[in-house]
Design a protein around this ligand. Structure first.
Ligand code: NAP
Ligand code: MG
Length: 498
């Protein structure tokens, strides 16, 4: 059943016209249980279509297909430049079909189709191309060994950088296609085979991406996609024949993955939650800092792991700055993702709507004051007004916990006591923003902040070539850049007595 049939591209309309199977061993298949589940349009709370409800039995099938493709299949025998060409082709096909992916993502996740096309899909294509290039540049090294216990011996010693094997990739609903690209592209470039488990809220673009892998000519079993609930992710994380899990999502589930991975000590990389500080000094370019600070917590409706949701403003400009941020936020055009004018769409699900509403109530009950927002928008779908809280204490839950909605807590700081201690007062350490025109202050503060990414006079300063990941409880490992290849390879030391 189609919720929004109008204005959809014909290919998108066709894609959601019937239930969608999943991709295992090169075949589009249904769950062994025969079950399906609905995916919802968050702008209307109505179902879009249904997808296969994969569980442990289907995960097992997918792992066997991936194992065979890795051990015996053509994938392990393919040359790096053959992998390069296939992965590059995925980037090109994503670019060709960007509008389709953008619409489908908007429908399933709620984000604006314009952004889902120009950011999520375009960047995903860029990530596939970047990693296509890396496939031919994975190298070991020769080592000049001394071997003191073998006097007079001669040796030829070197390292090989090899794929890890069968990788389970578990991704969340906030950037469904993009988070899949973050993991798929380097995993495949390094020669692994994969099982992708998209979030239950947003399975559709992963399935459309499956068509692209098939069209690009990937051998069967190299990319498997199992749609399902958390139990499917848990089965993947616990599976004895999976060599590695790469996970993006909540810190809570990240800890469950670590627990589940214990059985066969599979490798684990984690990209988890955040509660990132965005620091505005009094000497910052006021207008730019306002615009950037609004985007920092409002982009993707605040459903960003890096969202700059603790806004620290130097005291002399605190009132003017927070008033300007509230004013700019209140101007955002709210609406369904498929409306081209939309800047702020709905939250992804009823559950997420309830969770964010709970934080709004908790903030007000604790004594915080909303300069703007503080409640639901409209009377259908999962929309929340962008909300700026002041009069907050560091102990409030809205300051400590990841809300994952368009909500910011603003706190003043004084030049003489500094801001680093407050900014670092978090279990998380994913990202931070710094706004100042003083170069030395910018660099000094960047060093003081315990976070994996620091952005100066901008926010969300991502690039495919820059490593991304968390300090503290924000994760293990670095995605993107050349660093991502490290997550999907292991080193073998070979020493030959001559
Ligand atoms: P989540 O539970 O961590 O979900 C992320 C992925 O893990 C989904 O594919 C999920 O499948 C899967 N999963 C769930 N339980 C699992 C388990 N025991 N073992 C293996 N995989 C499992 O995130 P959520 O519940 O959707 O969101 C809750 C909160 O997490 C948000 O409010 C936000 O604070 C945070 N979050 C952070 C990020 C980030 O990028 N850091 C992204 C999303 C959410 P199902 O979807 O089927 O449950
Ligand atoms: Mg949905």
């Amino acid at each position: 059943m189609t919720a929004v049939a109008t204005d959809l591209l014909p290919r998108v309309r066709d894609f959601i016209a019937g239930d969608r199977p999943m991709l295992i061993g090169g075949e589009w298949v249904w769950a062994e249980s025969g079950r399906t589940f609905e995916t919802i349009d968050p702008a209307t709370a109505r179902p879009i279509t249904s997808v296969a409800h994969g569980d442990a039995a289907d995960v097992d099938r997918a792992v066997r297909a991936a194992r065979q493709a890795f051990d015996d299949g053509p994938w392990s025998r393919m040359k790096p430049n053959e992998r390069e060409r296939l992965i590059w082709r995925v980037g090109d096909l994503l670019t060709e079909r960007a509008a389709e992916f953008g619409q489908l993502e908007a429908l399933d996740n709620g984000k604006a189709a314009t952004i889902a096309t120009a950011v999520d899909t375009a960047w995903s294509a860029d990530i596939f191309r970047y990693n296509a290039g890396l496939a031919t540049k994975i190298t070991g090294s020769t080592v000049n060994v001394s071997m003191p216990f073998v006097p007079g011996g001669e040796f030829h010693a070197y390292t090989l950088r090899e794929p890890v094997g069968v990788c389970g990739l578990i991704v969340p609903w906030n950037f469904p296609l993009l988070m899949a690209a973050f993991k798929l592209a380097p995993a495949l470039a390094a020669g692994n085979t994969v099982i992708l488990k998209p979030a239950e809220q947003t399975p559709l673009t992963a399935l459309l991406l499956g068509e692209i892998f098939t069209e690009a000519g990937f051998p069967p079993g190299v990319v498997n996609i199992v749609t399902g609930y958390g139990e499917a992710g848990a089965a993947l994380a616990a599976h004895e024949d999976v060599d590695k899990i790469a996970f993006t999502g909540s810190t809570e589930v990240g800890k469950k993955i670590v627990e589940a991975a214990k059985g066969n000590l599979k490798k684990v990389s984690l990209e988890l939650g955040g509660k990132s500080p965005n620091i505005v000094f009094a000497d910052a370019d006021f207008e730019k800092a306002v615009a950037g600070s609004v985007a920092a917590w409002m982009f993707n409706h605040g459903q960003c792991c890096v969202a700059g949701t603790r806004l620290y403003v130097e005291r002399p400009i605190f009132d003017d700055f927070t008033a300007a941020v509230a004013e700019a936020a209140s101007q955002a055009k709210i609406g369904p993702g498929l409306d081209p004018a939309t800047e702020l769409g709905p939250l992804v699900s009823q559950e997420q709507f309830d969770r964010v509403s709970g934080y709004l109530s908790a903030g007000l009950a604790d004594g915080a004051r909303a300069l703007t927002g503080g409640k639901r928008w409209g009377d259908e779908g999962f929309f929340i007004e962008p909300t700026v809280f002041v009069d907050v204490e560091p102990s409030f839950s809205i300051v400590q916990e990841e809300i994952f909605g368009p909500v910011v807590a603003a706190l003043p700081f004084d030049a003489d006591t500094g801001v680093a201690a407050a900014a670092n007062d978090s279990i998380y350490g994913l990202a931070a923003g710094i706004w100042t025109q003083d170069l030395s202050k910018a660099h000094k503060t960047a060093r003081q902040i315990k976070a994996g990414s620091v952005w100066v006079n901008q926010y969300n300063g991502f690039d495919t070539a820059m490593p991304f990941g968390g300090y503290k409880q924000s994760g293990w490992g670095r995605e993107l850049g050349g660093a991502a290849i490290d997550l999907y390879t292991q080193t073998k030391a070979v020493n030959v007595a001559l």
